[in-house]
Design a protein around this ligand. Structure first.
Ligand SMILES: C[S@@+](CC[C@H](N)C(=O)[O-])C[C@H]1O[C@@H](n2cnc3c(N)ncnc32)[C@H](O)[C@@H]1O
Length: 473
């Protein structure tokens, strides 16, 4: 018999296929292969017959995600538990009560913490308990907490009219029609300013509305993950040079301390994330103001995390007149935000060497463009008609499941992991599809409209095609 042999193990609520020679996700990956079709792009097909109730894919964590602000202090940042808006089960915040790095970090860390407590700006992470907090820190490291805090400072406290803050405005394009050329033109305008330190300095003070900040958090997490890959690569190249005697180990301090040897999230790296289908044009044509939101989010990220853009001398230094000689000199102004950030280690940290280089227009635009067609809603569980939508997450591997109006695979969220389970026996070669929305009970017209407006595509699943033929459309 051709192909791998599989045993079927019973798992809770279904069955799991395990090959003789492999186990876990490796064997699951062997169940599916990607095929590309002219009208619906890439999608998963069965490599062998698969029984009903089989977990065909599992992604333990997203590549990036955001929890909307109203839910931020009601949802555990690790297991995404939500208790109808009650907060009493959330006992830990950010990295509070976690000791600093042995020997070096604790004093600095404690000072940073104190300052944060005083300013009241946290990273926006709440955890059920020390276990959830430890799991988050184990996977993400500590640096993201500092970066999220710094980004949170950009969150506008109250809605104000947009003034001359240097942020992009849709009016800068001069016309309402959004075409590919105009979107490129808008980003080109920003690209030109990006090269001017004075402009980027202005972006440091840009205030974002809640939606922009939440979207910037999604982009920031993706970029942090991207940057970790760069650091892991640097680390590996450095080790190779040490082995070849071309480098002294003492010089290796430029590589982040808290990164693990892998930068995969849910089995995916930046390449998988960036290879997802872009829906930028359709999305922005539908919601014009999103272009303004996206560019402002980029500007705030660039401004806040560009360490080489020193603030103007007047911002950090205060003039002091020497009483004896009358000569004027300057000294560091301890009240400046920049000075304080340096003191607390919030920016220019060697731990996350050159992070600003990852904040490029291309990377940020890519992250925004894959969101609309590929993200999974983070719904309150158990899922009912009343469930709250608490945020969204992008899991690159499961993103190759196409939609079907009578799906053969269902999605189950367990904490931050997603499982994909067959709902009926699947034949060799058959396409495996999920349902993107709750459209199964709708008419052909309603389903088509829902998918066009909410998901930006014309559904061509076999059910829609068959019903269209019957109706003579
Ligand atoms: C999450 S992605 C799925 C993977 C995608 N096919 C790809 O190549 O990256 C969603 C996109 O796949 C396509 N797609 C998914 N289901 C479809 C369907 N039933 N009919 C037509 N296109 C579909 C649409 O372009 C949609 O925007």
């Amino acid at each position: 018999m051709d192909g791998p042999q599989y045993n079927i193990e019973n798992v809770q609520g279904g069955q799991k296929l395990v090959s003789d020679s492999e186990s876990g996700s490796a064997s699951r990956a062997a169940l599916l292969r990607v095929e590309t079709h002219e009208l619906s792009g890439r999608s998963y097909h069965a490599s062998c017959a698969i029984p009903a109730g089989t977990i065909v894919m599992e992604a333990d964590t997203p590549y990036s995600y955001t929890i909307w602000k109203p839910f931020r202090n009601e949802v555990c940042a690790e297991c995404w538990r939500y208790d109808g808006g009650r907060r009493s089960f959330l006992t830990r915040r950010d990295d509070e009560e976690v000791p600093g790095e042995p020997g070096e970090g604790s004093g600095k860390e404690a000072r940073a913490m104190n300052r944060q407590d005083r300013s009241g700006v946290g990273a926006g992470l709440w955890f059920c308990d020390a276990n959830c907090q430890a799991a988050w820190l184990q996977r993400e490291g500590r640096e993201p907490i500092r970066l999220l805090r710094l980004l949170e400072e950009a969150r506008r406290q109250k809605e104000v009219e947009k003034d001359k803050d240097g942020g992009f405005r849709l009016e800068h394009l001069g016309q309402a029609e959004l075409s590919r050329e105009n979107i490129d033109r808008a980003w080109d305008m920003v690209r030109q300013k990006e090269g001017l330190p004075k402009e980027v300095r202005r972006w440091r003070n840009l205030q974002l509305n809640h939606f922009e900040t939440d979207m910037a958090r999604y982009v920031l997490i993706a970029l942090i993950h991207r940057h970790r890959e760069v650091l892991v690569q640097m680390e590996s190249e450095f080790r190779q040079r040490v082995q070849l005697g071309q480098e002294n180990t003492a010089d290796g301090t430029h590589v982040a301390k808290d990164i693990s040897s892998t930068a995969q999230f849910g089995g995916a790296g930046w390449e998988d994330f960036a290879a997802l289908q872009s829906n930028e044009l359709w999305h922005l044509k539908t919601y014009h103001e999103l272009l303004e939101n996206q560019i402002r989010a980029f500007q705030a990220l660039k401004g806040r995390f560009t360490s080489h853009v020193r603030p103007a001398a007047s911002e950090t230094r205060t003039s002091v007149t020497d009483k004896r000689g009358g000569a004027e000199s300057t000294k560091e102004n301890p009240e400046s935000r920049y000075h304080q950030a340096m003191q607390t280690g919030l920016i220019d940290s060697d731990d996350f060497h050159d992070f600003e280089k990852t904040i490029t227009i291309d990377n940020v635009r890519k992250a925004f463009s894959v969101d609309p067609g590929n993200s999974f809603g983070i719904w309150e569980m158990p899922l009912t008609e009343e469930s709250e939508l608490m945020g969204f997450a992008v899991y690159p591997k499961p993103s190759f499941f196409n939609h079907h109006c009578s799906p053969n695979v269902t999605k189950v969220r367990k904490g931050r992991s997603l499982q994909f389970v067959t709902t009926r026996p699947i034949e060799v070669g058959e396409e495996l599809c999920i349902s993107y929305g709750h459209v199964e009970k709708m008419s052909l017209e309603e389903r088509q409209r829902e998918l066009r407006e909410g998901w930006f595509f014309e559904c061509r699943c076999s059910r829609c095609v068959a019903e269209s033929v019957t109706k003579g459309q």
